[in-house]
Design a binder for this molecule. Structure first.
Ligand SMILES: [Ca+2]
Length: 213
Protein backbone atom coordinates (compact mmCIF):
# COMPACT_ATOMS: atom_id res chain seq x y z
CA UNK A 1 0.00 0.00 0.00
CA UNK A 2 1.38 3.36 -1.00
CA UNK A 3 1.88 5.98 1.70
CA UNK A 4 0.54 8.65 -0.64
CA UNK A 5 -3.15 8.36 0.39
CA UNK A 6 -2.16 8.48 4.08
CA UNK A 7 -0.03 11.56 3.51
CA UNK A 8 -2.93 13.14 1.64
CA UNK A 9 -5.26 12.33 4.50
CA UNK A 10 -2.96 13.82 7.13
CA UNK A 11 -2.51 16.89 4.96
CA UNK A 12 -6.30 17.30 4.71
CA UNK A 13 -6.78 16.87 8.47
CA UNK A 14 -4.02 19.41 9.01
CA UNK A 15 -5.75 21.92 6.75
CA UNK A 16 -9.08 21.40 8.49
CA UNK A 17 -7.42 21.91 11.87
CA UNK A 18 -5.77 25.07 10.57
CA UNK A 19 -9.09 26.33 9.21
CA UNK A 20 -10.76 25.60 12.56
CA UNK A 21 -7.95 27.36 14.44
CA UNK A 22 -8.36 30.40 12.24
CA UNK A 23 -12.13 30.34 12.74
CA UNK A 24 -12.75 29.79 9.06
CA UNK A 25 -15.97 28.27 7.89
CA UNK A 26 -15.34 25.32 5.61
CA UNK A 27 -18.10 24.67 3.14
CA UNK A 28 -18.32 20.94 2.51
CA UNK A 29 -19.04 19.96 -1.08
CA UNK A 30 -22.60 18.76 -1.74
CA UNK A 31 -22.74 14.98 -1.38
CA UNK A 32 -24.37 13.06 -4.17
CA UNK A 33 -25.16 10.21 -1.80
CA UNK A 34 -26.52 11.49 1.51
CA UNK A 35 -25.39 9.65 4.67
CA UNK A 36 -29.08 9.14 5.55
CA UNK A 37 -29.73 7.22 2.33
CA UNK A 38 -30.60 3.57 2.83
CA UNK A 39 -31.22 3.65 6.59
CA UNK A 40 -34.25 4.29 8.78
CA UNK A 41 -33.57 7.60 10.47
CA UNK A 42 -34.82 9.83 13.29
CA UNK A 43 -37.24 11.49 13.78
CA UNK A 44 -39.46 8.51 13.08
CA UNK A 45 -42.61 10.62 13.18
CA UNK A 46 -43.02 13.30 10.54
CA UNK A 47 -43.15 16.57 12.55
CA UNK A 48 -45.40 18.05 9.83
CA UNK A 49 -48.06 15.32 10.31
CA UNK A 50 -48.25 11.56 9.82
CA UNK A 51 -50.40 11.60 6.67
CA UNK A 52 -49.32 13.69 3.70
CA UNK A 53 -50.76 14.57 0.33
CA UNK A 54 -49.23 15.85 -2.88
CA UNK A 55 -51.51 17.18 -5.58
CA UNK A 56 -49.46 16.62 -8.69
CA UNK A 57 -49.75 18.71 -11.80
CA UNK A 58 -49.00 17.70 -15.36
CA UNK A 59 -45.33 18.02 -16.01
CA UNK A 60 -44.46 20.96 -18.20
CA UNK A 61 -41.25 22.70 -19.16
CA UNK A 62 -39.75 24.17 -17.06
CA UNK A 63 -40.35 21.28 -14.69
CA UNK A 64 -42.93 21.91 -11.99
CA UNK A 65 -42.77 20.06 -8.71
CA UNK A 66 -45.01 20.27 -5.67
CA UNK A 67 -44.27 19.58 -2.01
CA UNK A 68 -46.30 17.49 0.46
CA UNK A 69 -49.02 18.98 2.70
CA UNK A 70 -49.37 16.92 5.89
CA UNK A 71 -52.14 16.20 8.38
CA UNK A 72 -52.42 14.61 11.81
CA UNK A 73 -55.23 12.27 10.71
CA UNK A 74 -55.67 9.93 7.75
CA UNK A 75 -59.28 11.15 7.53
CA UNK A 76 -58.12 14.67 6.62
CA UNK A 77 -55.41 13.44 4.28
CA UNK A 78 -57.63 11.14 2.21
CA UNK A 79 -60.35 13.79 2.08
CA UNK A 80 -57.78 16.22 0.66
CA UNK A 81 -56.23 13.66 -1.72
CA UNK A 82 -59.62 12.72 -3.16
CA UNK A 83 -60.71 16.33 -3.62
CA UNK A 84 -63.25 16.04 -0.79
CA UNK A 85 -64.92 12.81 -1.92
CA UNK A 86 -63.53 10.30 0.64
CA UNK A 87 -64.46 11.25 4.20
CA UNK A 88 -64.66 7.95 6.11
CA UNK A 89 -61.05 6.75 6.46
CA UNK A 90 -60.17 6.03 10.12
CA UNK A 91 -58.23 8.88 11.74
CA UNK A 92 -55.41 6.58 12.85
CA UNK A 93 -54.91 5.28 9.30
CA UNK A 94 -55.45 1.67 10.32
CA UNK A 95 -55.84 -0.49 7.22
CA UNK A 96 -54.14 1.90 4.80
CA UNK A 97 -52.60 -0.21 2.06
CA UNK A 98 -54.87 -3.21 2.75
CA UNK A 99 -56.69 -4.89 -0.18
CA UNK A 100 -59.92 -3.31 1.12
CA UNK A 101 -58.29 0.11 1.05
CA UNK A 102 -56.97 -0.41 -2.49
CA UNK A 103 -60.48 -1.47 -3.57
CA UNK A 104 -61.85 1.70 -1.98
CA UNK A 105 -59.41 3.85 -3.93
CA UNK A 106 -60.33 2.05 -7.15
CA UNK A 107 -64.04 2.61 -6.48
CA UNK A 108 -63.34 6.28 -5.79
CA UNK A 109 -61.33 6.68 -9.00
CA UNK A 110 -64.16 5.00 -10.91
CA UNK A 111 -66.54 7.64 -9.53
CA UNK A 112 -64.47 10.78 -10.21
CA UNK A 113 -66.00 11.51 -13.63
CA UNK A 114 -69.51 11.05 -12.22
CA UNK A 115 -68.79 13.36 -9.26
CA UNK A 116 -67.33 16.01 -11.54
CA UNK A 117 -70.40 15.78 -13.80
CA UNK A 118 -72.46 17.05 -10.85
CA UNK A 119 -70.22 20.11 -10.57
CA UNK A 120 -68.49 18.87 -7.40
CA UNK A 121 -64.74 18.53 -7.10
CA UNK A 122 -62.93 15.18 -7.10
CA UNK A 123 -59.35 14.18 -7.76
CA UNK A 124 -57.83 10.85 -8.73
CA UNK A 125 -55.61 9.12 -6.17
CA UNK A 126 -52.82 7.64 -8.24
CA UNK A 127 -50.29 6.36 -5.73
CA UNK A 128 -48.88 6.28 -2.22
CA UNK A 129 -45.56 5.78 -0.47
CA UNK A 130 -45.10 4.50 3.08
CA UNK A 131 -42.38 4.91 5.70
CA UNK A 132 -42.22 1.22 6.60
CA UNK A 133 -42.55 -2.11 4.82
CA UNK A 134 -46.02 -3.47 4.11
CA UNK A 135 -47.64 0.01 4.05
CA UNK A 136 -47.00 0.80 7.70
CA UNK A 137 -45.80 3.95 9.45
CA UNK A 138 -46.16 7.45 8.02
CA UNK A 139 -47.74 7.73 4.58
CA UNK A 140 -47.97 10.09 1.64
CA UNK A 141 -50.72 10.01 -0.97
CA UNK A 142 -50.30 11.23 -4.50
CA UNK A 143 -53.27 12.84 -6.17
CA UNK A 144 -53.65 13.82 -9.81
CA UNK A 145 -56.08 15.79 -11.99
CA UNK A 146 -56.43 12.96 -14.51
CA UNK A 147 -56.04 9.24 -14.35
CA UNK A 148 -53.31 7.24 -15.99
CA UNK A 149 -51.95 6.61 -18.51
CA UNK A 150 -51.27 10.16 -19.52
CA UNK A 151 -48.91 9.37 -22.40
CA UNK A 152 -45.66 11.27 -22.17
CA UNK A 153 -47.04 13.68 -19.57
CA UNK A 154 -45.68 12.77 -16.14
CA UNK A 155 -46.66 13.80 -12.67
CA UNK A 156 -43.78 14.30 -10.27
CA UNK A 157 -42.86 15.40 -6.78
CA UNK A 158 -39.46 16.04 -5.22
CA UNK A 159 -38.94 15.00 -1.57
CA UNK A 160 -35.59 16.79 -1.26
CA UNK A 161 -35.69 19.14 1.73
CA UNK A 162 -38.75 17.41 3.23
CA UNK A 163 -39.04 14.74 5.94
CA UNK A 164 -39.86 12.23 3.20
CA UNK A 165 -36.39 12.28 1.67
CA UNK A 166 -34.88 8.74 1.90
CA UNK A 167 -37.84 7.38 3.92
CA UNK A 168 -39.88 5.25 1.52
CA UNK A 169 -39.96 1.52 2.37
CA UNK A 170 -43.12 0.43 0.48
CA UNK A 171 -45.33 1.92 -2.22
CA UNK A 172 -48.53 1.50 -4.19
CA UNK A 173 -49.75 2.71 -7.56
CA UNK A 174 -53.49 2.75 -8.19
CA UNK A 175 -55.68 2.40 -11.25
CA UNK A 176 -53.59 2.16 -14.41
CA UNK A 177 -50.82 4.29 -12.92
CA UNK A 178 -47.19 3.25 -12.62
CA UNK A 179 -44.63 4.89 -10.37
CA UNK A 180 -40.92 5.57 -10.54
CA UNK A 181 -39.01 6.05 -7.29
CA UNK A 182 -35.81 8.01 -7.96
CA UNK A 183 -32.60 7.96 -5.94
CA UNK A 184 -32.04 11.68 -6.47
CA UNK A 185 -34.14 14.46 -8.01
CA UNK A 186 -35.41 12.53 -11.03
CA UNK A 187 -31.94 11.09 -11.59
CA UNK A 188 -29.67 8.32 -10.34
CA UNK A 189 -31.06 4.83 -9.85
CA UNK A 190 -34.80 4.18 -9.92
CA UNK A 191 -37.34 1.60 -8.78
CA UNK A 192 -40.43 0.77 -10.81
CA UNK A 193 -43.74 0.49 -8.91
CA UNK A 194 -46.59 -1.42 -10.54
CA UNK A 195 -49.49 -1.83 -8.14
CA UNK A 196 -48.68 -2.87 -4.57
CA UNK A 197 -45.01 -3.09 -3.64
CA UNK A 198 -44.62 -4.10 0.03
CA UNK A 199 -40.80 -4.37 0.00
CA UNK A 200 -38.23 -2.32 -1.91
CA UNK A 201 -35.14 -4.49 -1.37
CA UNK A 202 -31.95 -2.58 -2.12
CA UNK A 203 -34.00 0.56 -2.77
CA UNK A 204 -35.25 0.73 0.84
CA UNK A 205 -35.06 4.31 2.25
CA UNK A 206 -33.43 5.66 -0.90
CA UNK A 207 -36.26 7.54 -2.61
CA UNK A 208 -35.73 11.29 -3.04
CA UNK A 209 -38.32 12.00 -5.75
CA UNK A 210 -41.16 10.16 -7.46
CA UNK A 211 -42.88 10.24 -10.84
CA UNK A 212 -46.20 8.69 -11.81
CA UNK A 213 -47.42 8.11 -15.32
CA1 LIG B 1 -38.42 3.80 5.67
Amino acid sequence: MSTRPLLGRFKRIGMLALAAALGLTTALPARADQPSEGVEQAPFKNPDGSFCVVHLVKKTEPKLSTKPVCYDTATEALKDASGGAITDVPADGKGLGSPEFVAKIKAHNDSVARIRATGARADYIIGAVFQLEWYEGESLFISGPTTCPVGDVYYDTDFTGTWWDNRTSSAQSYYQCYGLLWQFTFSGQYYHVQGSTPLLGDFDNRTSSVEFY
